[in-house]
Ligand binder design. Structure first.
Ligand SMILES: [Zn+2]
Ligand SMILES: [Zn+2]
Length: 111
């Protein structure tokens, strides 16, 4: 092993360990998280946060107004004119009342 200094070998070992940790971490993480949640009786859906992202607005709190095709064409026209057609076209999400999140259905069921 000529030309390999101690620090080079150490660096290689650390690199290999880091690589192994990086590959294994998500799996270990996922395993621990799910088994922890189960043993602690935590909610599978929200992890006991009691809130979940609104599926209707994807957590944004507002949705695009349902429009016809020519409306979206108008949007493009407004956009090219520099008007704020996009924000005009956003309406508060009715499902979450524009909060972007909902009470977890699993938790509100059991508690
Ligand atoms: Zn919503
Ligand atoms: Zn929950």
């Amino acid at each position: 092993m000529e030309g390999l200094t101690g620090s080079e070998i150490a660096g290689f070992v650390v690199g290999a360990l880091l690589l192994g940790a990086t590959v294994a971490a998500p799996r270990v993480d996922g395993f621990i998280a799910s088994s922890q949640r189960r043993s602690l009786g935590m909610c599978k859906r929200c992890g006991d946060l009691r809130i979940v992202a609104c599926p209707q607005c994807k957590g944004v709190g507002s949705v695009r107004k349902a429009g016809m095709l020519n409306l979206s064409m108008l949007d493009d026209l407004y956009e090219s004119l520099g008007a704020e057609a996009k924000t005009d076209n956003l309406v508060p999400c009715t499902k979450c009342r524009s909060r972007g999140r909902l009470l977890c259905p699993e938790c509100s069921k059991t508690r």
